[in-house]
Design a binder for this molecule. Structure first.
Ligand code: HEC
Length: 236
């Protein structure tokens, strides 16, 4: 007596018919594809900006581009996890809405150096950052962080920075046309203020140097989030 295999239906429907099998397999795989791709067309993708978080100024954005170019994220994360030890060391744990204008985000995956999410709160001194970037071992003798002295020599190209700001605007960061138009003025103004405070510590560096942009970026990291969270009740 012959017993039909419990999988005979499968053999009859698919295995014997290459075309039906191929079409069915494609349709089934497409469901998974649609589930992943369709949400990307939604305008609300990504975290909503947290209240109190403003977009980077052009100078800060330029500093951020240099941060990415130099690969600082290879050694530094920007993500304080909600654990007691992290909060004690680095400050308030990170909220999604703080990253709303970060494209691409700089969460990082390695901590060879400390987390930098709130470094602007911990280390607000522009002179400290200058000395540290020129030669980390001058301020932290055991440091293994590389030196970045060329940042003090290299100048920003305002047109590059303008292109960065315009791209962020296209991606939905709320810059106005005026913000894009006034990039060189903004660099001169904020860069001038930072160069002036450096001068008070006896440091001469051009207001449009990459160093000043990097310092503008580092000293603002996490500050707005810190202030917004300090003003909040209950969400601790
Ligand atoms: C090879 C790994 C490495 C790279 C790359 C690196 N760092 Fe560091 N960084 C460290 C280490 C280790 C420390 C801790 C010792 C010290 O303060 O120098 C540190 C400390 C820091 C601090 C002080 C943080 C604190 O809370 O004390 C800042 C700011 C910083 N790095 C910024 C940068 C920037 C900006 C870049 C890219 C231009 C960069 N780092 C690249 C390893 C690195």
């Amino acid at each position: 007596m012959s017993v039909e295999s419990p999988y005979a239906w499968h053999r009859r429907l698919f295995e014997g018919r290459a075309a039906v099998f191929a079409i069915t397999a494609t349709l089934v795989a497409a469901i998974g594809g649609i589930a992943e791709i369709a949400p990307m067309y939604s305008a609300t993708l990504g975290p909503k900006p947290m209240e109190g978080i403003t977009p980077y100024t052009p100078l800060e954005l330029a500093g951020r581009d240099i941060y990415v170019r130099e690969g600082c994220y290879n050694c530094h994360s920007q993500w304080v996890r909600p654990f007691r030890d992290e909060v004690k060391r680095y400050g308030e744990w990170s909220r999604a809405g703080e990253y709303a204008y970060d494209r691409p985000f700089q969460l990082g995956s390695r901590r060879i150096g400390p987390d930098l999410m709130r470094v602007g709160v911990r280390l607000p001194s522009v002179a400290w950052h200058y000395e540290h970037l020129m030669d980390p071992r001058k301020v932290v003798p055991q440091s293994i962080m590389p030196r970045y002295p060329w940042l003090a020599e290299d100048r920003l190209d305002p047109e590059d920075v303008r292109a960065s700001v315009a791209t962020m605007k296209k991606l939905g960061v709320p810059y106005s046309d005026e913000d894009v138009a006034k990039v060189p003025e903004q660099i001169a103004e904020q860069g001038g203020a930072i160069a002036n405070s450096l001068k008070e510590s006896g440091i001469e560096v051009a207001p449009d140097s990459e160093m000043v942009a990097m310092i503008a970026y580092l000293t603002r990291l996490g500050v707005e989030g810190h202030q917004a969270l300090a003003a909040r009740e209950g969400d601790k």
